[in-house]
Design a protein. Structure first.
Length: 453
């Protein structure tokens, strides 16, 4: 069995060594999940709901431990990590309401009664990225379990610790054997087996668009369902009638949160030309005021990047010819640090404008009017999220309808609420997670006709 070293991104020290499962162990886990499907499906909805609530309560009791693990494992700030563990708890509580609300229809027909049922798919494979290891895992496994499926979950190789702990908490909460299993391993081994194994009836993947297209192609060969949450190049659109002070003060947190390692990061700021210079004047102190440092410190607002290799990738977007408007600071010493950086792109084809940076680099550029703002915002292969800053409600609605993105916020940078659907347009993915219909994505609709004549 192979192993991987988990490295603290803030100190570059090894946290622990984790054993990685191979294809044989993956097949064994899938077989166990398949054996558990019938019993889990047949548990009364109210009892399944109670088990999910017990799982949520176990997470809540372990919240500080989970948060500290994520600080060491992923370099997240302690404030963010506590929110993320709390989000797992909240998503589980929300999902606990789903088993008793998987309501079918009674459809009027001639000669009898027609009813529909939402049946679980079976085994669901969830593949989780390294940028938000806890919440993204829960967005997949909680509604899947609620719908009566069993789940095999593969955490990212760089950040497996909190997922492993969640698997332990599920057992402590009383979930039956085989219902929820965590399989740390390589994507090319474990993730690929989720795609190729015929007993896995759906794959949920969050990660790069490149890998997502490969997973989609593999699932297509088996007509296997897939949900994909992929890349983003989101725009933060600031109109001249906006509260410029507030828009500038909050803009850094719309892109530099989690060191910019967020598919929803507003990595392009579009500012109406008449207030462009004033906005930059307001943005500079806001960027320089972002507190970058030890993620375990309560006052820290931005931590390190996940690895040295990723830092080199991010740095590659700021070339010698790139016009850097201003930057924030970083600590001295070890750690995969990169400063909050604001650039002014020279041409519409600059990489920093067209490709996902996945780091704390933001491009600022001007636009003329609503039509120009929408044109620039849509000039990307992605369509995940974005923000619109304006005091005109009509404009907010017009621009929201015009921007090709799945999750937009007006006078806010919030992208994800577990009460509402989340997903992207274009190459940002397929399907929706979260919201009141989340469990339906893990079911088949069965139609039954009962003749009465």
């Amino acid at each position: 069995m192979t192993t991987t070293q988990v490295v603290n991104p803030a100190t570059e020290q090894v946290v622990t060594t984790v054993e990685l499962v191979g294809e044989a162990e993956t097949d064994t886990a899938i077989a166990a999940a398949q054996r558990a499907t019938a019993a889990w499906r047949d548990i009364a909805p109210g009892d399944r709901a109670r088990l999910l609530r017990r799982f949520a309560e176990a997470v809540d009791a372990d919240l500080e431990r989970l948060a500290r693990l994520e600080v060491a494992n992923a370099g997240h700030t302690i404030g963010n990590a506590r929110w993320e563990a709390g989000n797992v708890r909240d998503v589980l509580h929300y999902a606990a309401g789903m088993p008793e609300r998987l309501l079918g229809n009674q459809i009027p027909v001639a000669g009898g009664v027609d009813i529909t049922f939402h049946e679980p798919l079976g085994v669901v494979g969830v593949i989780v990225p390294w940028n938000f290891p806890m919440p993204i895992a829960a967005w997949g496994f909680a509604p899947a379990l609620a719908a009566g499926n069993t789940v095999v979950l593969k955490p990212a190789e760089l950040t497996p610790l909190t997922a492993i702990r969640l698997g332990e908490l599920a057992v402590q909460a009383g979930l039956p054997e085989g219902v929820f299993q965590v399989l740390p391993g390589k994507g090319s081994v474990v993730g690929n087996r989720f795609v190729t194994h015929p007993a896995v009836r759906k794959v949920v993947f969050t990660g790069s668009t490149e890998v997502g297209t490969q997973i989609m192609a593999g699932c297509a060969r088996q007509v296997k369902r897939v949900t994909l949450e992929l890349g983003g190049k989101s725009a933060n659109i600031v109109f001249a009638d906006a509260d410029l002070e507030r828009a500038a003060a909050t803009a850094p947190y719309g892109v530099f949160d989690n060191a910019g390692q967020d598919c929803c990061a507003r990595s392009r700021i579009l500012v109406q030309r008449s207030v462009f210079d004033r906005f930059l004047e307001l943005l500079e102190p806001a960027v320089q005021g972002v507190r970058v440092g030890d993620p375990s410190d309560e006052s820290t607002e931005m931590g390190p990047l996940i690895s040295g290799a990723h830092r080199e990738r991010v740095a590659g977007f700021v070339e010698r010819s790139t016009k850097v408007a201003f930057t924030g600071g970083t600590p001295d010493g070890p750690g995969f640090w990169y400063p909050p950086t604001v650039v002014l792109p020279g041409t519409p084809t600059d990489r920093v404008l067209t490709e996902e940076v996945f780091g704390p680099v933001v491009a600022v550029l001007p636009f003329e009017d609503e039509a120009d703002a929408i044109r620039i915002a849509n000039d990307t292969e992605y369509g995940l999220s974005g923000s619109i800053w304006t005091s005109d409600v009509g404009r907010a609605l017009r621009v929201s309808r015009g921007v090709e993105a799945g999750n937009l916020s007006v006078n806010s940078h919030s992208s994800v609420r577990y009460w509402t659907p989340f997903g992207g347009f274009k190459r940002s993915g397929l399907g929706r997670e979260l919201g009141p219909d989340a469990a339906l994505a893990f079911t088949e609709t069965k139609n039954v006709f009962l003749a009465t004549q």
